[in-house]
Ligand binder design. Structure first.
Ligand SMILES: C[S@@+](CC[C@H](N)C(=O)[O-])C[C@H]1O[C@@H](n2cnc3c(N)ncnc32)[C@H](O)[C@@H]1O
Length: 387
């Protein structure tokens, strides 16, 4: 049976998530602000959890109604068939967001919903499920805008940016969903060798490798909130996993990544060990400016220091000028993509971007820019600095 859902994502990735969810079998898919609404059956929901690279979490719409005050909310919520969602011996929690003049206190609204659920169970079963705010079996979301009340269930649990392929103590790592989104925007098509010469903990390489090998983003994860559901279909889940695993392919291109930071490379190597394909991957400690020029065009993508998050020696402006010179000198024929919040420094790269996409890296407003490093005279590539 098709039900209605909302998949959350990062700002700027909505249209890409819309396309991805359609490919994964969702219907009536529509991009909204920081998310996508869609309809899907259970199998598709399992597939989205296993394979989506751009979803943060999936919320299932349970019920929507109008309520004029908290008492009205209680009276309408108590009628919903909560036994379908929550086991009387299980636990639940409620997060609430309210806007508008009718419900000004989100905590009070969520208390009324909690009372309605507890009383529903007391009336039907003589006892009620417990609240567990830290690790509930069922996490509910109460959203009230003016008088419109929507109650949704979080099917995901821990955010899907946790792919499970690396330790959690990485220094300033790029969000995995942002990295996957950058690769979609850059149209990474596994046709040229991949290079991230300032790879840090290697998020871009790891996401690119997963994409090229058709390995699901959540291949390492074994628990999602929907598995606590009263009607979780374990056999269907196993089938979805098996179908996805049968589609693994050995990537034909090679993957290179390097960084000045030895510790980051050690960490990346341990993440790579977790992957099914690692034969075509070369990762090493090294300075971008000392790498040998490749013999063939590459897909280059990098997340250089911005200054705000990572203290680097020397001047950020000089670093970006040098990056531009290096790209022009050694990588003609390649394409190069860079993300940075330092718009002034990005101009110092001295190349004319083919594409500029606004993205957010955490709280930082960034630009993700793509350059074609055409073969030919260097002066033809020089950017008009006013651009
Ligand atoms: C913002 S971090 C990259 C984070 C990375 N995308 C990740 O997923 O963790 C920038 C990286 O550039 C590296 N770096 C700075 N200058 C470099 C250079 N000349 N050659 C190689 N790496 C450099 C730093 O060591 C740092 O790890």
């Amino acid at each position: 049976m098709m039900e209605s859902y909302f998949a959350k994502t990062l700002a700027g990735l909505e249209a890409y998530l819309e396309e991805e969810l359609r490919e994964l079998g969702a219907k009536e898919v529509l991009a909204e602000v920081r998310g996508v609404t869609f309809k899907a059956d259970t199998e598709t929901i399992y597939r989205i959890h296993l394979c989506s690279r751009l979803t943060i979490r999936v919320l299932k719409d349970l019920t929507t109604f109008f309520a004029k005050d908290p008492t009205d909310l209680y009276q309408k919520a108590i009628r919903y068939n909560w036994k379908k969602i929550i086991d009387v011996d299980g636990t639940f929690a409620i997060g609430a967001v309210t806007t508008g003049e009718y419900f000004q206190h989100s905590k009070y609204a969520s208390l009324k919903l909690k009372d309605a659920i507890a009383d529903h169970f007391r009336m039907k079963k003589g006892r009620r499920p417990n609240i567990d705010v830290k690790n509930p079996d069922v996490q509910l979301h109460l959203h009230i805008r003016d008088r419109q009340v929507t109650i949704a269930q979080d099917l995901t649990g821990e955010s899907l940016h946790h792919r499970g392929y690396r330790p959690k103590n990485a220094r300033a790592p790029l969000n995995e969903i942002l990295a996957a989104g950058m690769l979609k925007i850059a149209e990474w098509d596994s046709q040229n060798d991949f290079l991230d010469p300032m790879c840090g903990s290697g998020t871009l390489l790891l996401e690119a490798l997963h994409m090229s090998a058709n390995v699901p983003s959540q291949w390492k994860r074994d628990h999602f909130a929907f598995m606590n559901d009263v009607d979780f279909e374990e056999e269907l889940w196993e089938k979805v996993r098996k179908v996805a695993e049968a589609k693994f392919i050995e990537p034909r291109v090679r993957f290179f990544a390097s960084d000045l930071d030895f510790a980051a490379i050690v960490q990346l190597k341990s993440s790579i060990k977790e992957l099914p394909f690692k034969a075509n991957v070369e990762v090493k400690t090294g300075n971008f400016f000392e790498l040998e020029a490749p013999g063939a065009p590459r897909f280059i993508i990098m997340n250089p220091p911005y200054g705000e998050r990572i203290q680097t020696e020397g001047d950020i402006m000089d670093l970006y000028i040098e990056i531009g010179n290096e790209l022009k000198l050694k990588y003609s024929g390649s394409t190069a993509w860079m993300i940075s919040s330092d718009l002034k420094a990005l101009k110092r790269v001295g190349l004319k971007p083919e594409k500029r996409v606004p993205l957010k890296n955490g709280q930082l407003d960034c630009r993700f820019v793509g350059f074609n490093l055409f073969k030919g005279k260097r002066k033809d590539q020089l950017q008009n600095q006013g651009e």
